[in-house]
Design a protein around this ligand. Structure first.
Ligand code: F6P
Length: 367
């Protein structure tokens, strides 16, 4: 009987998920002669014992999915509650889900499970590995906030979308002599805001890692107006907040989600500077659609590398980009940590040299 491997996608979707699934499937079949099984909707396909919860992947099922956004396997964006129970107010890891997966893996003769996801998925993957499940992680998220890799796939595509939005906002901002505020995703990491801000020539970039002063933002805008450039582009990460303040959340379906800082900022800019301002929330447009060429290549490299790990019996690791090469790092080095923008990140320094304002203490950069 040929060896078998399984693959699943967890957490929020990101462009490039299908490219990984395709690379895993093609490499496993063509290079190793294995059978490939896709678990649907995170791990729910197996955990909930659904009749259609696991699908056999072949060259036909993965043909033409390389450029397609989303994930053909479906995903769930929450730490799987079935791995936990709350007892006396404390979250306790339970074993039944691990046991269920372990017996499925054993019963099906699965030699390795490829887990494609972000921090939540890597966390669960680590627990599953510790419980004896042979697992390899593949780093995905538009936020680029995973440790253990220079880049996650999905990030480059998200920057492209945000940069395109800035290009479009520039023409309308200039026509109306307005400040256009673009709120981008990224949770507590400002990578999307920073990279798209530089690529799109934003005049002010506000990050969760550098709390800003409204007065410094307005000072930068006023200076720009005085120099005769009577419009401005501001990129604000959804998790950014002013000195002494806190990130803004809203509630959707009983869950707290970051969002709203763009609208708040536009209102403040109008009130303090008197400039007309509008806010745009880019939201899930950053996650949808076709992956960039860069993300297709990165996702493909990750998929092939993950299968090679399974072939060599290297488990409990996440593949990642280090410099120009793909290496793997122990999942224990990845989980429970977040890669955020250092205030002296080289790109922050470059942006400052260009005159971009970050609104921080003592800043008097012209915008
Ligand atoms: O982690 C990816 C991400 O898109 C974040 O940038 C954002 O804060 C969050 O997910 C949104 O989650 P949801 O799709 O569940 O609203």
């Amino acid at each position: 009987m040929p060896a078998r491997i399984a693959v699943f996608t967890g957490g929020g979707d990101a462009p490039g998920l299908n490219a990984v699934i395709r690379a895993v499937t093609r490499t496993a079949i063509l290079n190793y002669g294995w059978e490939v099984y896709g678990i649907r909707d995170g791990l729910e396909g197996v955990l909930l014992d659904r009749p259609d919860g696991v699908v056999r992947l072949n060259l036909h099922t993965v043909s033409e999915i390389l450029p397609r956004g989303g994930t053909i396997l479906g995903t769930v964006n929450r730490a799987d509650p079935r791995l936990y129970t709350v007892q006396g107010g404390r979250t306790v890891v339970t074993d039944w889900a691990k046991e269920r997966l372990r017996s499925w893996v054993k019963g099906q003769g699965i030699k390795g499970v490829v887990a494609i996801g972000g921090d939540g998925t890597m966390n669960i993957g680590y627990q599953l590995f510790e419980a004896g499940i042979p697992l390899v992680g593949v780093p995905k998220t538009i936020d680029n906030d995973l440790m253990g890799t220079d880049l996650t796939f999905g990030f480059d595509s998200a920057i492209d979308v945000a940069t395109d939005a800035l290009d479009r906002l520039r023409t309308t901002a200039r026509s109306h002599k307005r400040v256009m505020v673009l709120e981008v995703m990224g949770r507590n990491a400002g990578w999307i805001a920073l990279h798209a801000g530089v690529a799109g020539g934003a005049h002010v970039i506000l990050l969760p890692e550098i709390s800003f002063r409204l007065e410094a933002v307005c000072h930068a805008l006023r200076q720009r107006w005085q120099r005769g450039s009577q419009y401005a582009l501001v990129v604000v990460a959804e998790g950014a907040y002013p000195v002494g303040g806190a990130p803004i959340y809203h509630e959707i379906g009983g869950k707290k989600r970051l969002g709203g800082v763009g609208e708040w900022l536009a209102q403040c800019i109008y009130e303090v500077c008197g400039y007309e301002a509008r806010a745009v929330v880019l939201g899930h447009l950053q996650r949808g659609g076709s992956p960039s060429a860069f993300d297709r290549i990165l996702a493909t490299q990750y998929g092939v590398a993950a299968v090679r790990c399974v072939a060599s019996g290297t488990f409990g690791v996440m593949v990642g980009l280090h410099g120009k090469g793909i290496q793997h790092v122990p999942l224990s080095d990845v989980v429970g940590r977040q890669k955020i923008v250092a205030p002296d990140d080289p790109l922050v320094d470059i942006a400052r040299d260009l005159g971009v304002a970050f609104g921080d203490e003592g800043e008097d950069n012209p915008a």
